[in-house]
Design a protein around this ligand. Structure first.
Ligand code: 6R9
Length: 660
């Protein structure tokens, strides 16, 4: 990265101290870093004590055959028992595990830990009756309802690895995943409520079952939760209502203790090229990594906190920090089915107020959407219960961070910007809320027991003030074990680039500031090269978002005859900027181009700025820049199957066509 282009993020000098009361009572203190450095295995063994084990491990880490790690070797445990039974056994059966909020107003349901345990046991018994055995894979294609979590835990209880496929994905995407992991059973629902209407899921399952069978994968049972009551096609030979299969089962199920390395789940994540990668997570290390970091990073006080992670369960964040981490920690959490604007744009804040949410975890894309909608919306609600805010999924632009802190966090609540991946399973880089200063835009440094660095092409650590590639230097408990059925691709994708050093290559560009704190700069594949200068997407986007009229921005490098690549920006305006109609688009576009020039330098000045109504995003809110690049380079738009909303590209192409 050239120095010149990194100056604008590095000029960000706002700093926020941890609140004194939080610091005084923090779960994790400064000393943890030294402990984690001195002996990471002892550190994680200590963390593992928080779980209930059938049999204790003989060895903390087996790294004899890198990059294939085994954690807590010889230990046995059951993830579902750790997430539910043990809390009931400890006398917390009446505690609410999940405050479920359906999208239709007043459609709410509280599940206590005791009720959750009963539901999980019944569902497990139903799966057994369906012939699901330990080791079999089960696909889950569901909306955000409690049965989804019940289904995951029932699979975990049996030792049948689940693969949750985001409900927004197409039949094709579902079929490919079913085929890749060889699932014979799918758990789904008739549909879910989205944007004020029932949205169907079952038709996509029917189609996917057909497509899977064409590819040689027979699905023998489809278990269907009735959620919306909409009509569904029915095939008696394989379809079964959840209420028929589950409700009459016994609520007793004797759980087997599984090997620590027994597969827990496969989560598919799309690369920029090739077929999706099936990330494999196993039981012991994953549960240690997620439950410990959930307690550590969110300073969780399970007795009093009300936690809410807004992530969809079809994203890894919904696995680690909605399902497994929080439930293993026995906390009370909110689960919301719908979109943030149904039936009004203050829905999330209404939920925070109603349940007294204390810890709130969301993605920058959501924060920027709220910025776009305006400060007056959250201001109508009492958000004073919130004591901690988290962010995940993308670099958070300093402007979005400050907006979040000011408007959701009353100007005093710490924000933890948490960097991690489907592959890492657990949070890896984040501030500790009772220890670390908040720096808007920086994920700060590796958590205790985790080793991360920014290195150059040869793997040498870059000095403070410079940029390079983010690597992880030591194994960690929740790390992926391999790619499902493809050890070679696993080695090649993550471990070959720095094979000599034994580093894990994360695929993200990053920079260390003068204090050595880490700033994430976006995916390496997205880096642009303009006249020989490497420009980070994150940086230019943050410069655009710092303009008062801009809510969101995405930039891509489009082929350019003179400069190699040229910066093309796609911009969503704040609603306040649209209302007055003060600036004619042409003038505003010029203003935005100049703004980037002023913030970063002439080299980063966009060749083209397009004002668009939406951006193409994945289920986790990540902008799919390769699709925008297709637009910028006037190509046919590529594969849109992993978009949360595949109609978005049509809106953008329309804008392009109209010459905006
Ligand atoms: C948890 C999750 C992983 C990629 C990752 C990076 C980006 C996630 C981030 C962040 C900057 C953060 N990312 N958190 N970038 N700051 N706090 O998002 O997993 O969907 O696998 O994506 O997301 O680029 O490499 P996943």
């Amino acid at each position: 990265m050239s120095e010149q282009t990194l100056s604008n993020l590095m000029n960000e000098d706002r700093r926020f101290e941890p609140p004194a009361d939080l610091a005084a009572d923090a779960n994790v203190r400064e000393e943890a870093y030294a402990r984690g450095d001195a002996d990471p295995e002892a550190f994680w063994a200590d963390a593992a004590e928080r779980l209930d084990w059938g049999r204790k491990w003989d060895r903390v880490l087996d790294w004899d055959d890198p990059p294939f790690a085994k954690w807590f070797v010889g230990g046995t445990l059951n993830a579902a028992v750790n997430c539910v039974d043990r809390h009931v056994d400890a006398g917390h059966g009446d505690k609410v595990a999940i405050h479920f909020v359906g999208e239709p107003e007043d459609d709410t349901r509280d599940l206590t830990y005791a009720q959750l345990k009963d539901e999980v046991c019944k569902a497990t018994n139903a799966l057994v009756e369906l012939g699901v055995a330990k080791g079999d894979r089960v696909a889950i294609y569901m909306p955000m309802i409690p049965e989804t979590v019940v289904a995951m835990l029932a699979c975990a209880r049996l030792g049948a690895p689940h693969t949750v496929v985001f409900g927004g994905f197409s039949a094709d995407a579902l079929a490919n995943r079913v085929v890749d992991c060889g699932a014979e059973v799918i758990i789904t629902s008739d549909g879910g409520f989205r944007r004020g209407a029932p949205s169907a899921l079952k038709p996509a399952v029917d189609e996917a079952v057909g497509k899977a069978s064409e590819q040689g994968q027979a699905v023998r049972s489809v278990l269907v939760v009735r959620r919306t009551g909409q009509d569904v096609d029915w095939d008696d030979s394989r379809d079964l209502w959840w209420h028929d299969a589950v409700d009459g089962q016994s609520a007793d199920h004797e759980a087997e203790m599984h090997d620590s390395e027994h597969p827990l789940y496969v989560m598919y994540t799309s690369g920029t090229t090739g077929k999706p990668k099936g990330i494999l997570h196993t039981t012991g290390g994953y549960l240690v990594g997620t439950s410990f970091t959930h307690w550590e990073v969110f300073d969780l006080k399970p007795e009093t906190d009300v936690y809410w992670c807004t992530a969809d369960v079809g994203w890894v964040t919904g696995h680690s920090y909605m399902a497994y981490g929080p439930l293993a920690n026995g906390c009370t959490q909110v689960m919301y089915e719908g979109t943030p604007d149904s039936p009004h744009k203050g829905r999330w804040w209404e939920i925070v107020e109603k349940y007294g949410v204390t810890i709130f975890y969301t993605a920058p894309t959501a924060i920027r959407t709220f910025m776009k909608w305006g400060d007056d919306i959250p201001a109508k609600f009492d958000l004073s219960s919130i004591r901690l805010l988290g962010s995940v999924g993308e670099p958070i632009n300093p402007e979005a961070y400050v907006w979040y802190r000011e408007n959701i966090g009353a100007g005093s609540v710490p924000v933890v910007d948490t960097w991690w991946q489907t592959e890492t399973g657990q949070i890896m880089i984040s501030p500790l809320p009772g220890v670390t200063h908040g720096k808007p835009g920086s994920a700060m440094k590796a958590l205790p027991g985790v080793a991360a660095d920014v290195v150059d092409d040869l793997g040498a650590s870059v000095p403070n003030g410079s940029g390079g590639y983010l690597v992880l230097q030591k194994p960690w408990p929740a790390m992926l074990r391999t790619l499902w059925g493809d050890d070679e691709r696993f080695k090649d994708t993550y471990w070959s680039r720095y094979a000599e050093k034994g580093f894990y290559f994360a695929g993200d560009g990053a920079k260390k500031d003068d204090d050595g704190d880490i700033w994430l700069l976006g995916r390496v594949d997205d880096v642009m090269n303009v006249s020989g200068h490497r420009l980070s997407t994150t940086e230019i986007e943050s410069a655009l978002v710092s303009h008062p009229k801009v809510a969101e921005a995405a930039v891509v490098g489009a082929a350019d005859d003179t400069t190699g690549q040229a910066v093309c920006a796609f911009v969503i305006l704040r609603e306040s900027a649209l209302e007055g109609g003060e600036a004619a688009p042409d003038e505003l576009i010029e203003e935005l181009r100049k703004h980037v020039q002023k913030e970063i330098g002439a080299i980063a000045k966009p060749r083209q700025v397009m004002i668009v109504p939406e951006l193409p995003k994945t289920r986790s809110g990540k902008i799919m820049r390769r699709l925008l690049k297709d637009v910028a380079e006037h190509r046919e738009v590529g594969d849109v199957t992993t978009l949360a909303d595949s109609t978005v590209m049509d809106l953008i192409k329309d804008k392009e066509g109209s010459g905006a």
